[in-house]
Design a protein around this ligand. Structure first.
Ligand code: SAH
Length: 356
């Protein structure tokens, strides 16, 4: 079908575009030119790509498109965090968040329309899974953030960091995620160092292995518990990929990619996983991995009964880990007033297509 031949240039990494331009008898340097126009300059109209030949500019629209994300709502928190609700072609809604800090700005990107993992504390799980995002829809979120931030109003900022911590499980959509990561790292596109691009996973072991052999970005694991019994309840995926195997995969990943550390995210649920004995168990679990721990106080989600740990319990937990030599930070909640904090991303119910 003719439609299948249409390539979305927004989602084309160098390899994809090289294959495409060769197939239409063009030289490979066209790939770099197009990548620079779209991702460096933010230009998505082929007519404006002045270093392409006139013939190519006329021909390209016959077999390519450039899909730009459609903002349905932009919300800004009092702390400067911005959340975008984006509508996809099939009317699914996804969310992207920008978190400004003093010396950096992080974009939190979604990889799927909702999620199929059903972690018991997460709002995205309540939404019901819809589908994997295409590469163009993944990288389009970073494109959009930079495009909005470059205005005077935002002091001409740019994203300096990316975390794949929005809606969805990136490693269940790895074939579309990897070309997007390639573009983030590509010096003709976003030119981010691999230390500033983080894939966060609930622990899909085959995905971790695949990522390690294809793209050596930073890795974060949503661990949340230090024993299988509890983790089975919080992150049901653990029944398939239990802690011991997961930690083994992390060690291999760190060795293979030569990363200084892997981040372990640990949500702080009051009197569920936050005792000192949980902290000691965590130390032994992380014994052989170059680990950093990021404690995330639970962010309230309507319909979910967990409570955030008290500050005192969080401090104590952190102290135990720090004393054991594990660098442990507490993730300050950002953008809670616009439901942009971790685990609060669920699309707007009224706007959603796949209501449950
Ligand atoms: N599926 C991937 C990507 C999502 S990242 C993963 O699990 O890593 C989103 C992060 O926010 C994860 O660490 C997730 O466990 C955490 N999170 C989910 N719900 C939360 C909540 N209500 N409060 C705080 N953190 C939450």
């Amino acid at each position: 079908m003719a439609e299948n031949k249409i390539l979305d240039l927004m989602g084309g990494d160098i390899e994809t575009l090289n294959t495409f331009f060769s197939s239409i008898g063009e030289k490979k340097f066209r790939s770099t030119q197009v990548i620079q126009w779209i991702h460096k300059q933010g230009i998505c109209d082929i007519n404006d790509m002045t270093n392409l030949s006139k013939k190519l500019r006329t021909d390209l629209p016959n077999n390519t498109v450039i899909t730009v994300p459609k903002i349905v709502r932009q919300l800004e928190s009092t702390d400067g965090t911005i959340k975008w609700l984006l509508e996809l072609e099939d009317k699914n809604i996804i969310e992207t968040v920008y978190i400004p800090e003093k010396n950096r700005g992080t974009v939190c990107i979604s990889s799927q329309a909702a999620c199929q993992l059903n972690c018991t504390f997460c709002a995205t799980a309540q939404q019901g899974f819809s589908r994997n995002l295409k590469t163009s829809e993944i990288i389009g979120q970073l494109w959009l953030a930079n495009n909005v931030l470059k205005s005077k109003h935002y002091n001409e900022r740019r994203a300096t960091n990316v975390v794949m911590m929005g809606m969805g499980e990136p490693l269940l959509n790895i074939n579309n995620v990897i070309p997007a990561l390639n573009l983030m790292l590509d010096n003709n596109a976003y030119n981010l160092s691999r230390r500033r691009v983080t894939v966060s996973t609930a622990g899909i072991i085959p995905g971790i292995e695949q990522l390690g052999s294809k793209c050596n970005v930073s890795l974060a694991i949503s661990l949340h518990a230090s024993n299988d019994e509890l983790r089975n309840k919080l992150v049901p995926l653990n029944k398939k990929y239990p802690i011991e195997n997961l930690i083994e995969a992390c060690k291999t990943y760190a060795n293979k990619t030569n990363l200084n550390h892997i981040t372990f995210e640990y949500i702080m649920l009051n009197e569920i996983n936050d005792s000192s004995s949980d902290a000691y168990k965590l130390i032994s679990v992380l014994d052989q991995v170059p680990a950093k721990v990021n404690l995330i106080p639970f962010n309230p989600v309507s319909g979910i009964e967990f409570k955030a740990s008290t500050e005192k319990r969080i401090d104590k937990f952190q102290t135990v880990l720090n004393r054991a030599g594990i660098t442990t930070t507490i993730r300050r909640s950002r953008g809670q007033d616009i439901a942009a904090a971790c685990g609060q991303l669920s699309g707007d119910v009224k706007l959603r297509k796949n209501k449950r």
